[in-house]
Ligand binder design. Structure first.
Ligand SMILES: [Cu+2]
Length: 447
């Protein structure tokens, strides 16, 4: 495992930015090593190769205050579509990976979408699988799928007893300060992930008085950076949170939601998103929309995985390393995802001629069919006569809602192929959005 291997890394996949360092570690070199570890030698790395070789020589191996933890994300228990018909098995595989680590991680962070539809049975299954994990300390933040049914009450009852607001919380572990943030509640039509004023104030207070040398780990579901705002992969008020974090010398921000590894370094802040344990999503912009992406069955476990984070006392930077369930190089996942998305769009182009014409104005009393497809309302704007009914059918493998901006109508969470209808008695314009994916907007115009 020679460090020289780093040179073999594909330059195109390397999103690493040179950043200044104040701790004597060659930050550029460190980050290269981090990316190199990400090519799949993680288990060798965790299996006893002296960490100091990656971090510089100023640290003592075996130091009691050094530790590692694991991030898992997006287990979507309850999902059973072709992209992965057994998400419980792949979560179990992730837990098996954790249990097989030669050095037991101190704790597990779950960065949300524990469940697919926030059903009690889904949370029960997750709990059952996680009970088998050797690390007994597990910390959670919710994803939008965990708060879909009841605005997160059940999530709070189960996982948020010691938390504030919608589940935000912080704790200290061996000199590292952990902050769990919630950016999946109170979505606004047309918006992105949101933290909200109350949580931002709490964060400011939580960080006040802490030494700038304290390493900070922030974990949240939706990225706190502009990973791909076009698909809602960003948080609209994250800049305020990052302003509070700016003075700290080492900030590691971990998220899920996008079901793939993405990484960005800005000054002292490293942003990192983890693979899912349930199903992959396309690379940004490589498909018509986000959503479960089916890859060949023998490649599924090459695009699912978990993240291992090591902290070495005496060195403020944390090593973030991704591992796939298959044990294959994490970097290889993007090739599989790109290929799967290309196959999908080729198939989509063939099927285009069979697409229905979009409905137009209907007579009073008629029912007009509308669809939710590829994370959009179709048609986006629909004109009907007063007295007609609009029926939306969800054609995606992901749940959505049809929620009036002005509380005129509100569907339950619609799973695949479920529908919702509403009869428009009076004229006017009725804008609506999806409560789970607020960038999805539409309007019904009643004449
Ligand atoms: Cu949606």
């Amino acid at each position: 495992m020679a460090v020289g291997k780093m040179k073999k890394q594909d330059k195109k996949e390397n999103n690493i930015i040179e950043a200044p360092s104040s701790d004597g570690v060659d930050r550029r070199g460190f980050l290269k090593c981090m990316a190199w570890a990400g090519t799949g030698v993680v288990w060798t790395f965790a299996g006893g190769v002296p960490v100091s070789r990656l971090f510089g020589a100023n640290s003592k191996p075996g130091d009691q205050s050094s530790f590692s933890f694991v991030q898992i994300s997006d287990s979507h228990i309850g999902f059973d579509k072709p992209a992965n018909v057994d998400v419980t098995a792949t979560l179990q595989a992730a837990i098996d990976k954790i249990n097989a680590l030669p050095v037991e991680p101190d704790l597990i962070l779950h960065t949300g979408d524990l469940s697919h539809l926030s059903k009690p049975g889904e949370f029960d299954t997750l709990d059952q699988v996680l009970k088998g994990a050797r690390p007994k300390q597990v910390f959670y933040v919710p994803g939008e799928h965990d708060v879909a049914l009841d605005n997160g009450q059940q999530f709070l009852d189960r996982y948020g007893k010691q938390t504030k607001g919608a589940g935000w919380h912080s704790f200290d572990h061996k000199g590292v300060h952990f902050v769990g943030l919630v950016n999946v509640v109170n979505f606004k039509a047309g918006g992105l992930g949101i933290l909200g004023v109350e949580q931002l104030e709490w964060l400011q207070n939580d960080l006040r008085g802490r030494a700038s040398s304290t390493p900070i780990v922030v974990f949240a579901h939706i990225p706190l950076w502009a990973a791909y705002p076009e698909w809602g992969w960003a948080t609209e008020d994250s800049a305020q949170a990052l302003a509070y974090l700016k003075r700290f010398g080492s900030v590691t921000v971990l998220n899920g939601h996008i079901h793939q590894v993405m990484q960005k370094v800005e000054g002292n802040v490293t942003f990192h998103s983890a693979m899912a344990t349930a199903f992959p999503q396309p690379l940004p912009g490589s498909a018509p929309s986000a959503g479960p992406l089916k890859v060949p069955a023998d490649q599924l476990r090459r695009v699912l995985g978990l993240t291992n984070v090591s902290y070495l006392a005496g060195n403020s930077h944390l090593a973030v390393v991704d591992a796939t369930l298959a044990g294959t190089p994490a970097e290889e996942a993007s090739t599989i995802l790109r290929r799967a998305a290309a196959a999908l769009s080729a198939a989509g182009a063939q099927g285009q001629s069979t697409q229905q014409n979009q409905p137009t104005a209907a007579a009073a009393g008629e029912t007009v069919q509308a669809a939710i497809d590829n994370f959009s309302f179709k048609p986006k704007e629909l004109t009907v006569k007063a007295g007609s009914t609009v029926r939306w059918t969800n054609k995606d493998d992901i749940p959505h809602t049809v929620t009036s901006n002005d509380k005129v109508f509100s569907s339950p969470v619609l799973d695949s192929n479920q529908n919702f209808q509403f009869t428009f008695a009076s004229s006017g314009k009725f804008p609506y959005f999806c409560k789970l994916h607020p960038m999805m907007t539409g309007a019904v115009i009643v004449e």
